[in-house]
Write a new protein. Structure first.
Length: 280
């Protein structure tokens, strides 16, 4: 007869994965910092595209374009290529080697996460750090090290949080959504955003913010060439499309959050749950 202790030992020896999900500026780094010592102590791998952009890890010389006009050329060091490298190279190697890893991602690729979940057979948890869209926007531009362009913040929010229901169904009680505290200034902006949302004036709201000139990306290092009127109009159209998508799904996201089975788990409880998962 199989003993309980044998089952526990077998589960402890199975490879494990943690998916850290969330939009730009949501607070994933803050959460990871609270579990980092446990990850290090247990020799977990950590995969985060930002590490390549900010120089903490070196982009490999062997990561080249496989097809198209750039075939054979080394890929540029940017967020998109770093994400591709992690997803297509490092994650498959880790799964093959059956190592424990934390994957810091937007989690917009539901099928990719499902593939990991299938390989790790239940030994996987996701912590999605949620931030109200304007909080995500403001925090992104308050951090000096990496300010994602404004359109990127909205794109990240839209692509990430529309997956809440997918991951809740996929992972069940192994899916946790947490939120960081809100400052008084952020609450004021939330109230202003919500007022604009209810009156169908989100485009005017965001355009007013951008017109202040305070919200500029740090991703472009070289001086930016002046844009042509056509380029300006094209950017505005893309930005407004993201605002429209945000307006269309904002209420549904709130409803999905309210229906989560773990919605009453507070932040510190989830931190402790993840620490126990790492140390088991």
């Amino acid at each position: 007869m199989i003993k309980l202790i044998d089952l526990l030992l077998e589960a402890a020896n199975q490879p494990k994965a943690i998916i850290m999900a969330g939009g730009a500026g949501a607070g994933k780094t803050t959460f990871v910092n609270q579990i980092q010592s446990d990850l290090d102590k247990n020799n977990w791998e950590t995969f985060n595209p930002d590490n390549y952009i900010e120089g903490r890890k070196q982009f490999p010389d062997t990561f080249i374009y496989q097809t198209g006009s750039k075939k054979g050329q080394k890929r540029d060091i940017n967020l998109s290529n770093a994400s591709i490298y992690i997803k297509n190279t490092l994650i498959p190697k880790s799964i093959e080697s059956q190592v424990n890893f934390l994957y810091d991602t937007t989690a917009a690729d539901v099928q990719g996460i499902k593939d990991i979940a299938n390989k790790y057979k239940g030994n996987i948890i996701m912590v999605m750090v949620y931030a109200h869209p304007i909080v995500s926007f403001l925090r992104n531009f308050a951090r000096p090290e990496r300010m994602v362009p404004a359109i990127g913040v909205l794109t990240s929010w839209n692509s990430t949080y529309k997956t809440i229901d997918d991951y809740s169904k996929m992972l069940g009680n192994n899916f946790y959504l947490v939120q960081t505290g809100i400052s008084a200034e952020e609450q004021n902006q939330i109230d202003e955003f919500n007022k604009a949302y209810e009156s169908n004036n989100l485009k005017e709201y965001f355009n007013a913010l951008l017109s202040t000139g305070k919200f500029k990306s740090t991703f472009r290092k070289e001086p930016e060439k002046p844009k042509s009127p056509e380029e300006i109009e094209k950017y505005k159209e893309k930005f407004n499309n993201q605002v429209d998508e945000l307006a269309n799904q904002f209420r549904e996201v709130q409803n999905n959050i309210n229906q989560l089975p773990n919605k009453n788990k507070n932040y510190s409880d989830v931190v402790n749950t993840v620490k126990n998962f790492i140390n088991l």
